[in-house]
Write a protein that binds this ligand. Structure first.
Ligand SMILES: C[S@@+](CC[C@H](N)C(=O)[O-])C[C@H]1O[C@@H](n2cnc3c(N)ncnc32)[C@H](O)[C@@H]1O
Length: 229
């Protein structure tokens, strides 16, 4: 079975969220300008589109992603990206860390505190961590359901079910190879993290939140602006 991050990398271009993610990037860029930060680490940088925006707007940015395929796409855009882990950076080496478009939802409730500690380590006191999490509506009203995409050499079927605060997305992808199709199958689990969790953090203060509507009729994501205590 293919690992979830490699699977997401395979289907990313087929699911086609580019316009919605672009809207999200513009909100992040505005926030970063308002906070007057210059050195930025993009955790879960994906295909590097946001890093490219940062580069174009003269930020000093680099990105990391656990998917080597995603990092390759980032590098092809001419941005600074790698599969490094947070632990490999020096302490307090960035003024701001961002984790954009579901990255936190990929992290389970049992792993999230260690992840936040690793983020805090690379920030100075009062450094910012800006990230977004799906709202309950984002999971129940938007993500839950079935989607199929039929493109030239690929056929994708996605079946997502939200229950007990987890979204289980089952994915079947057929990729044409000569006259035959190769079937790739797997699943991705995403986790709902309530705002109450972020309000109680010891290492970060939740400075503000910003509801964002990308897909539905009401906010499906919340951007969180956290500051290291
Ligand atoms: C939905 S994508 C978003 C990618 C990118 N931020 C964007 O805006 O398109 C989530 C990304 O997070 C990466 N990811 C998930 N958990 C991660 C972790 N703990 N560390 C680094 N990358 C992670 C995945 O490989 C994937 O590329």
């Amino acid at each position: 079975m293919i690992n979830p991050l490699d699977l997401y990398a395979k289907i990313e271009s087929l699911i086609g969220f580019d316009a919605q993610y672009e809207k999200l990037y513009q909100i992040y860029l505005q926030l970063l300008h308002t906070l007057h930060v210059k050195t930025i680490l993009d955790v879960g940088c994906g295909n590097g589109t946001f890093l490219k925006h940062l580069q174009n707007e003269q930020f000093n940015a680099c990105g990391i992603d656990r998917s080597a395929a995603m990092v390759e796409r980032s590098l092809a855009l001419g941005v600074n990206a790698s599969t490094k882990e947070l632990e490999e950076f020096d302490e307090a080496s960035f003024e701001c860390v961002v984790a954009i478009a579901d990255v936190l939802n990929y992290i389970s409730p049992t792993e999230i505190e260690a992840f936040l500690e690793a983020v805090a380590r690379v920030l100075p006191k009062e450094g910012y961590f800006i990230c977004d999490v799906n709202t309950l509506y984002g999971f129940e009203g938007v993500a839950d359901g079935v989607m199929c995409q039929d493109k030239a050499n690929q056929f994708l079927c996605v079946d997502a079910t939200f229950s007990n605060k987890e979204l289980l997305t089952k994915i079947v992808l057929f990729e044409k190879e000569g006259d035959l199709y190769r079937k790739v199958e797997g699943s991705i689990t995403q986790y709902f993290h309530p705002l109450s969790f972020f309000k109680k953090l010891k290492i970060f203060k939740l400075c503000s939140t910003k509801p964002v509507t990308l897909f539905g009729d009401e906010p499906d994501k919340t951007i969180l602006i956290l500051q290291k205590r």
